[in-house]
Write a protein that binds this ligand. Structure first.
Ligand SMILES: O=C(O)CCC(=O)C(=O)O
Length: 283
């Protein structure tokens, strides 16, 4: 893996803040042109936990997809070497289907503080607004609501509906609130999703040359329009905790949100002991 294909610290910080990172038109046209036929034929399922390197046959479309240098570099940066595949699936939003998915996350509430799964979403066609591109809510990945119950929330300020050129790949944190939108066009809209589970600690797996670039802290402090004035700060707190885990540096805390609530001094300097048998000078 060449370092130039790994994500930078600024890109990783963007992922930690937004819960997503998109790579527009990263898959070559020649592959996009084959994709619909391949996805229509179906990609054989594998049991949960199958190593990525054993999931797709040598030379298959899906294997070539995950081995594209930029895609492989992002997978390595986010989940590390030798991830396993949780599941993969082809998602088709049919032309004029008349229905949308509710917002959801793809798992139960997941409280792991320092680990996360990553979902790759590949869009082989250009996706226009009418085609029902995936709706997602930037910065929602660390807010704890349970799977489909998230669907009670509708139309959050700052939500995005994906429109993109053919060959776009989006990487999502497992907790991101998302859902396929209604396809009002006359074209079936395809997406291929793979969920990766890490098998190593997700510590400094990317190109850390820019670790102390001020743009990192700037990314990490992004405040999204749907955040409540006060509760929204918890997202900054959660993000700092995640960045600390990712960097292995628990001193990173620019606004001291984590430091404040973890400050529990152990040193006792009380004037009087509760022990009646303590030496006189202490009692
Ligand atoms: O089709 C889409 O855009 C999203 C589908 C999806 O995420 C799901 O079914 O979990």
């Amino acid at each position: 893996m060449h370092r130039k294909h790994l994500l930078t610290s600024v890109q990783m910080a963007h992922f930690v803040a937004h819960g997503a990172l998109r790579m527009d038109a990263v898959v070559p046209d020649e592959m996009n042109a084959q994709a619909i036929e391949v996805l229509d034929q179906g990609i054989p399922a594998v049991p949960y936990g199958t190593p990525l390197r054993e999931t797709f046959p040598e030379g298959s479309f899906a294997q070539r997809l995950v081995q594209l240098p930029e895609v492989a570099g992002a997978i390595q940066s986010l989940v590390g070497p030798d991830p396993t595949v949780d599941h993969h699936a082809v998602h088709i939003r049919e032309a004029n289907e008349g229905e949308a998915q509710n917002l959801h996350a793809d798992a139960i509430i997941d409280v792991r503080p320092g680990a996360f799964d990553v979902q790759l979403m590949y869009y082989p066609q250009e996706v226009t607004l009418e085609m029902g591109g995936t709706l997602s809510v930037p910065g929602s990945h660390l807010r704890r609501t349970n799977e489909s119950d998230t669907g009670r929330y509708q139309n959050l300020r700052g939500q995005t509906r994906l429109t993109c050129p053919a060959g776009t790949v989006v990487f999502l944190h497992h907790g991101i609130w998302h859902g396929g939108r209604r396809n009002d066009s006359s074209i079936d809209r395809y997406m291929f999703k793979i969920r990766f589970n890490p098998t190593v600690r997700q510590v400094r797996l990317w190109n850390t040359d820019d670790l102390y670039d001020p743009a990192v802290a700037k990314e990490l402090s992004t405040f999204f329009p749907w955040y409540e004035t006060a509760t929204g700060r918890l997202e900054l707190y959660n993000r700092v905790k995640l960045w600390q885990a990712l960097t292995g540096d628990d001193t990173f805390d620019p606004e001291y949100w984590v430091t404040r609530v973890t400050n529990q001094p152990r040193r006792v300097v009380a004037q009087r002991s509760l022990n009646p048998h303590a030496p006189k000078e202490m009692a």
